[in-house]
Design a binder for this molecule. Structure first.
Ligand SMILES: Nc1nc2c(ncn2[C@@H]2O[C@H](COP(=O)(O)OP(=O)(O)OP(=O)(O)O)[C@@H](O)[C@H]2O)c(=O)[nH]1
Ligand SMILES: [Zn+2]
Length: 356
């Protein structure tokens, strides 16, 4: 697609408002489209308003924390020699804390507007996994759309749609055959011009098929951008941020594809706000909703107003999150507590089943 304005690359008021007049006049915003080892590819408009791809070294950020290094989706401000001056604050961020290292945060992607949680209409469909992705997105207030693929291979998609209606009545769901261009056309409503969408989901659900379908066969994004680096060499790298022919951008990196761990309790609590709402009535403020007296969450499960599966998944994600944020020494200590949790959870689920 032709890049005419920065808006085509996802620029908006949030980024512009971080600059003063002098910076606006003298610096060029470039968006990071790929990061490999010590090299960063970014696209922006040069001073003649021509789209240009630049390759930078990460040297400028050598003394900064890993989370402050540029990641795919970031906006960088460059001077007229295409040298980095600063990185703009991120609107949203997907990050991962390296297991066992409380301090090491690795950025996976930045400035995603919408997350396509991809699942197929078969055995891959798993509400717990969908909730895990919802919690990751909630951590950074990223809007989610559930894309259910392989509808053509499924006799009765209503089996899945009905489950979603009960568990997640307000979640937007798109049922598609990822191989069929007409079928995926409806997804475009979620990828408006200047919007950045990322895909997550298990291997084989159809993420690559969707990306290729949305990009279309006439892949002109390479042709319309001049490639240039500081040494004037041309570079060809496969990008992680793709410009779509109708506008909008698709972010696809191995890190996004492997996304598993929910990093913050805030994300989990926000994705399970119904449980938090119920928990306000619990007698104890630190109620774990297992077997404490006066627990309104357990009451809701027993009364059929909350799925036991959903409560268990919430508790499991919180335990996992806490464990991921521990140092190795703390982790050994808490392994015993984790065993206790599973025992307790098993007892509770047995109790719920009896009550059904
Ligand atoms: N019939 C049908 N086949 C599909 C659909 N979506 C994907 N497939 C097929 O499923 C297989 C896997 O699809 P991919 O797009 O490679 O899956 P992926 O999610 O990118 O997998 P990873 O690269 O491992 O993450 C391919 O053979 C696709 O052609 C669909 O909606 N209907
Ligand atoms: Zn409780």
């Amino acid at each position: 697609m032709q890049i005419n304005t920065l808006i085509d690359l996802g620029w908006n008021h949030f980024f512009q408002s971080q600059l003063d007049l002098t910076e606006l006049e003298n610096l060029l915003p470039f968006r990071v489209v790929n990061v490999q080892r010590n090299l960063i590819d970014c696209i922006g408009l040069n001073s003649d308003y021509q789209a240009e791809q630049i390759q930078l070294s990460t040297y400028h950020w050598r003394n900064e924390e890993p989370e402050d290094h540029p990641t795919v989706g970031d906006w960088l401000m460059l001077d007229s020699d295409f040298q980095p001056v600063k990185r703009l604050e991120r609107k949203t961020r997907i990050q991962r804390r390296a297991a066992g290292h409380q301090s090491y945060i690795q950025m996976i992607a930045a400035n995603i507007d919408t997350l396509f949680i991809t699942s197929s209409c078969n055995d891959d469909f798993n509400l717990n996994r969908i909730e895990r992705y919802l919690a990751i997105a909630a951590e950074s207030h990223i809007h989610c759309v559930l894309v259910l693929t392989k509808m053509d291979l499924c006799n009765d998609p209503s089996v899945y749609l009905d489950q979603l209606k009960i568990s997640h009545p307000s979640l937007s769901v798109e049922l598609v055959n990822a191989i069929d261009a007409e079928s995926i056309a409806g997804l475009r409503q979620w990828i408006a011009s200047g919007q950045t969408v990322a895909l997550v989901g298990s291997s084989g659900v159809g993420k690559s098929t969707l990306i290729n379908g949305l990009k279309g066969s006439d892949d002109q994004e390479t042709a319309s951008i001049r490639e240039h680096d500081s040494k004037g060499r041309h570079t060809t790298t496969s990008r992680s941020l793709h410009l779509l022919p109708q506008g909008g951008l698709l972010l696809d990196t191995p890190g996004m594809r492997e996304l598993q761990i929910v990093d913050s309790a805030a994300g989990i609590n926000s994705a399970f706000d119904d449980i938090n709402e119920l928990a306000r009535g619990c007698r104890f403020t630190d109620c774990t909703h297992h077997n404490e007296p006066g627990c309104t969450v357990v009451d809701a499960v027993e009364a059929g107003r909350l799925e036991p599966r959903r409560l268990f998944n919430y508790q499991k994600l919180l335990v996992e999150q806490a464990r991921n944020n521990e140092t190795l020494a703390e982790r050994r200590q808490s392994d015993r507590a984790l065993g206790k949790f599973y025992k307790q959870a098993k007892l509770s689920s047995g109790r719920f089943k009896k009550g059904e």
